[in-house]
Design a protein around this ligand. Structure first.
Ligand SMILES: Nc1ncnc2c1ncn2[C@@H]1O[C@H](COP(=O)(O)OP(=O)(O)OP(=O)(O)O)[C@@H](O)[C@H]1O
Ligand SMILES: [Mg+2]
Length: 251
C-alpha cells in the first residue's frame, strides 16, 4: 500500500454562499505526481490552497503528513509550508529584484544559511531548471516560459518534499510546455518529492501523471492511473477528455 502524504477527507468549502467543494476526498500518494483536472471554476486551485494551509475547510479535514491543518496554529502552518513548494499560476516574482534575489528570498527568510551558501544553492537550482545564466537578470527580461521556470526554482529552492503546481503550462507554446513537463518530472526525481499538478493540458498530463483525479461539481468523480482514467466508463470523464460539447457536462 502506497504512503499518503496528504489527504482531503470529506471536505466542504464555500466562498460566501457558493459551495465549491462538497464532501471532497482525495489521497495524495507520496513520491507520485498527481494531476488534478476539471472545468474552470471546479475548485482545483482551492485544493492546492487547502494543501498549503492557506484555507481551511468549513467541514471535513485536511491532513498533511498525518497532521490535521485545522488544528494547527499559525506558527505550525508556517513551519509546515517551509516543506511545501508552491508554483503559482503566475510566477509572481518581485519585479524590482533580480531573478537570483527572488529565488534567494525563501532561503533568506527561512534558513540561517550564509550568503555564500545561499548563492551556491540558488545557482544550482536555477541550473536545474535550465536558467543558469539568468541570475543577474530582472524578471522583465525573461520570456513567459522562463518566468514559469523561475517560479519553479523559487518553489523548490528550499528542498520541499511536496510541490504544488498551479497550471504550470497554461498559455505556453508546445515546445516550452514539453520542457516544463520534463522539468516537473526531473525535479520530482531530484527532490524525491511528491507533486500535485493542476493542468488543462492533457498531453502533458499523460506524459507525467502517476495518478489523475477529476474534480466535478465539488468532488473527485474519477481517480486512477492515466490508463484507468482514460478507460473510465463515466460519461462526464469521457466528455472532458475528448473535449466534446456533447454530453452530460452543463456548458
Ligand atoms: N477568494 C474567493 N472568494 C470568492 N470566490 C472565490 C474565491 N476563490 C475562488 N472563488 C470561486 O470559487 C470557484 C472555484 O475556484 P478555484 O480557483 O478553486 O477554481 P479552479 O478550478 O482553479 O478554476 P480555474 O480552472 O479557472 O483556475 C470559482 O467559481 C471562483 O470564482
Ligand atoms: Mg485555478
Amino acid at each position: 500500500m502506497a504512503n499518503v502524504i496528504a489527504r482531503l477527507d470529506d471536505v466542504t468549502l464555500s466562498y460566501g454562499d457558493r459551495v465549491v467543494l462538497k464532501k471532497c476526498s482525495l489521497d495524495v500518494v507520496e513520491g507520485a505526481i498527481t494531476c488534478i483536472i476539471g472545468m474552470s471554476g471546479a475548485g482545483k486551485s482551492t485544493i492546492l490552497r487547502l494543501l498549503d494551509g492557506l484555507r481551511k475547510p468549513d467541514v471535513g479535514h485536511v491532513y498533511v503528513r498525518g497532521h490535521d491543518i485545522c488544528h494547527m496554529r499559525e506558527s505550525e502552518l508556517i513551519e509546515m509550508r517551509t516543506k511545501i513548494g508552491f508554483a503559482f499560476q503566475f510566477a509572481a516574482l518581485f519585479d524590482s529584484m533580480t531573478v537570483g534575489d527572488n529565488i534567494s528570498l525563501p532561503l533568506r527568510e527561512h534558513t540561517s544559511l550564509s550568503e555564500d551558501e545561499i548563492r551556491e544553492i540558488v545557482v544550482h537550482t536555477l541550473d536545474s531548471v535550465g536558467l543558469a545564466h539568468t541570475y543577474d537578470n530582472m524578471p522583465s527580461e525573461l520570456s513567459g516560459g522562463m518566468l514559469k521556470r523561475a517560479g519553479f526554482a523559487r518553489a523548490v529552492v528550499t528542498n520541499p518534499d511536496l510541490v504544488l503546481y498551479d497550471e504550470p503550462t497554461t498559455g505556453l507554446d508546445p515546445i516550452v510546455t514539453h520542457l516544463l513537463t520534463d522539468t516537473i518530472k526531473r525535479l520530482r526525481q531530484q527532490l524525491s518529492a511528491t507533486a500535485v499538478v493542476i493542468s488543462h493540458d492533457l498531453q502533458s498530463i499523460y506524459m507525467m501523471a502517476d495518478y489523475v483525479a477529476m474534480l466535478f461539481e465539488g468532488a473527485v468523480i474519477e481517480y486512477g492511473t492515466v490508463e484507468e482514467v482514460q478507460r473510465s466508463m463515466n460519461p462526464i470523464v469521457q466528455q472532458f477528455l475528448q473535449g466534446s460539447e456533447v454530453g452530460p457536462i452543463p456548458l
